[in-house]
Structure formats: C-alpha cells, structure tokens
Design a protein around this ligand. Structure first.
Ligand SMILES: *Cc1c(COP(=O)(O)O)cnc(C)c1O
Length: 353
C-alpha cells in the first residue's frame, strides 16, 4: 500500500527571528527602532470603517503610482506584494522555470533556498570568499536565474552598481533579481539599470528603512514585460494580496520623505557609533552598509554572548549554521539609548569571561 505521505509537498520552512512578548531590547530582526511617519498614523485612522466592507483595490493603483513617482519610473514598471517575501516568492515562481540551476551566495538571506525547494527549482550556492565578499566570476556560467541581496545579508556588505551591471549584462538568458531590502542605509540602487536591461528585477521592502514591517509592503521594479508576467502569476493565485489600510499607509509613508531621510540618517549615525564601540571591545565585522552589524569577537564565543545578552533582556540574532558563520552575531541597530545599554552589557559579558 502506498501512503498519501509520498505525495505531500514536504518542505523545511524558513525560521524567522524571535518576537518575544515581554519587553526586551530587540536587535534580532533588523526592524527600524523608530516608528513610521506620523502621516502613516493619520492615513490609517482616516480609513473609514465602512471602507472595509469592500474588497481592496486589486490593482493597488494609489500605492503603485506613489512608488513609480518616487523612483521616476512608469506605473507599469512596478509590482507590489505582501512584504518583499511575497514579491520574491512570486518572482521565483514566475521567472525561475529552467532546468538549469538558479545561483545565489552560500551565505545570504535564508529564504532563497526555501522557496527554491518549495517550487522545486534547482539551485547552486556560490561560496563567498574569505572576507565574505561575492566572487563575481562564480556567476559567469549560463543559469536558470540569479538572486543576490545588495547589501548582502547577514554580512551587510554592499557592492557598486557596476558589479551588478556586469552580471546582468552576461545573462540575457535569465532573470537577475537584486534584493535591495537594506539599500536605503547607505548603498547604491540598481533601479536605474532597469531602463537598460529587460532581465533585471529590483526588489524592495517597506519593512526595514520605512519602519513598516507590521504592515507587510514589498515591491519590485523591472521592465514592463517582466511586471506583466509577475502580475499574471499573482492574479492566478490571489487577486487581493494587499489590504485597504496597508495600501493607504504605504502611500503616506512615501509622501513624508523628510521624515524618512531624517530617520535613515539617525540609524546610519548610530550604526557608525556602534561599529567603533564594537572594535574597542575586540570585535571585528565586515563594513556594513545596512541597519545591522555582523560581528565576531576575538576570543569569546558568539553562542555564549548570545545567551548572556538574552539573560540581560537583549535579543540579537545568532545563526549556528552554516559553520563558517557560527561564531558571528547579527546585531540590528536600535536607538542610541538601546545601543548604549547593549554596549554596556556586552562589555560586562566580555570582561567577565
Ligand atoms: C527582511 C528581508 C526581506 C523580507 O522583507 P519583508 O518584510 O518580507 O518585506 C527580504 N530580503 C532580505 C534580504 C531581508 O533581509
């Protein structure tokens, strides 16, 4: 007798960072320490209760227009979804349909191999060099697609636009996805390349730089034909992905650019301050252009520091796998006050060993 279990789509899911219910200093999931713009609050409270009776706008036209204007592209160049996880998953489904493997770094966002497994997409992980940098020559062969975050996660290392242009240029046979989840924190976007290359898709999120992880807004910018294919897949799956309240909140965030820039600058300044403190305490780290620092201590083990910080009510992220990064901690940037408490506790832990 065969069992139904032979026909189950069995996957090992992605593990998100912990969301503790108690009040802690939360530096483990790269959330923004500041709230979204006050205009977002106003937009949310302005949504009439009666408006929720109706389905949301399936075309998300106001949000798409706001994003298109912001980046100086046409509306037909923009696709939106429920966080960039939704946009990325839909992009994998739409564009990665070759028998050839999709390429991505061995140390990167740990959702990529989960989607590839889920959709049965063959893939090959390309190892970063000793300093955690991407080796561009690894991406030279013809393949089924490429996905790379810029800056990369969890290393925080950014590469210039020319680095990605070289990759995109070499691969007319496939779609190259650049995941720009952290690009606003001080690196250059590949969005302008979309005009020149019809095989490039740039994916963005409101979760980190716009402090709206709780809303779930992500988007992709690409050639009109790419966006059309993505939309066709989305409308074959779920027409109403984004809700009425979130759509209004997203537009309001884009409209308050001065608040956005001010908070970005605050996070960047705190990151640079934190780097210096970490160096003083004996940590090393790749030069991060994101809202986190990937750091390793010269003598104290990461797993020990992780547990001790947790006892002190400070959560950071620790990945026991792969082996190469098992002595690193990924520390999200909080407010100045939070980072001062973090550094003080860290100093006690290091000195107490
Ligand atoms: C956080 C993150 C995402 C997902 O963000 P959403 O909250 O789903 O928009 C995607 N890619 C990378 C590299 C991330 O760090």
């Amino acid at each position: 007798m065969t069992s139904w279990k032979e026909n189950v789509r069995e996957v090992v899911p992605y593990t998100p960072g912990e969301q503790p219910k108690t009040k802690v200093i939360k530096l483990n999931t790269n959330e923004n320490p500041y709230p979204p713009s006050p205009l977002v609050g106003k937009a949310i409270s302005d949504v009439k209760l009666d408006a929720l009776r109706k389905y949301p706008d399936p075309n998300c036209s106001n949000l798409i227009s706001a994003i298109a204007d912001y980046h100086g592209v046409d509306k037909e160049n923009v696709f939106v979804g429920v966080g960039s996880d939704d946009v990325l998953a839909m992009s994998f489904l739409t564009f990665f349909n070759s028998n050839k493997p999709v390429f991505f770094p061995d140390i990167t966002y740990s959702f990529y191999d989960v989607w590839a497994d889920l959709f049965r997409i063959p893939y090959e992980k390309k190892s970063l060099d000793e300093t955690f940098k991407i080796k561009p020559e690894d991406y030279d062969e013809p393949c089924g697609g490429i996905v790379i975050p810029n800056p990369n996660a969890p290393t925080g290392i950014a590469e210039p636009v020319s680095f990605f242009e070289n990759i995109v240029k070499k691969h007319p046979e496939c779609i190259v996805i650049i995941d720009e989840a952290y690009v606003d924190f001080g690196s250059m976007s590949c969005i302008d390349l979309v005009r020149k290359y019809d095989n490039l898709l740039v994916v963005r999120t409101f979760s980190k730089s716009r402090a709206m992880a709780g809303n779930r807004i992500g988007y992709a910018i690409g050639d009109k034909e790419l966006i059309k294919y993505l939309s066709d897949c989305k409308f074959s799956f779920n027409s109403y992905t984004m809700d009425t309240i979130t759509l209004a909140a997203g537009v309001a965030s884009i409209q308050d650019d001065s608040y956005f820039k001010e908070k970005l600058e605050a996070v960047i300044n705190t990151r640079e301050w934190t780097k210096k403190q970490l160096s003083t305490l004996g940590f090393t780290y790749p030069d991060s252009k994101s809202n986190f620092i990937f750091a390793k201590h010269e003598s104290v083990e990461a797993s020990y520091i992780f547990e001790e910080l947790k006892k002190a009510g400070i959560y950071v992220r620790y990945f026991s796998k792969p082996e190469r990064i098992s002595n690193y901690l990924r520390i999200s940037i909080g407010t100045d006050e939070e980072m001062q408490v973090f550094i003080d506790e860290l100093s006690k832990i290091i000195k107490g060993v």
